[in-house]
Write a new protein. Sequence first.
Length: 104
Amino acid sequence: MYYDELPIWGLIGRVENREETDDPKDYKYFLYKHIYFDILYNKDRVIEITARTDPHSVLDLTEDKEVDAEFTYTAKWKQTDIPSLLISSSIKFVSVINKLMTKS
């Protein structure tokens, strides 16, 4: 996911093994329904976004059936003095390195 050209990473769910075996029928699958966004901004520019999930707000997807889900989020905005140019340059550098590493 991206916001204002900034990448946002986070988990969308989890898998639990009920019986500690390798048998897939013993697995439970959960989808996170709530995400917390911590957003740093400087003036009119978003500098950084982190995403966290609520481990208690999950939807059990273990059964092979259609389910309805309501997704929610919380956004916490925090002002910072970090210049946007500093963050933007480092993100572009990491992006270039990542592209070079994944070309093979």
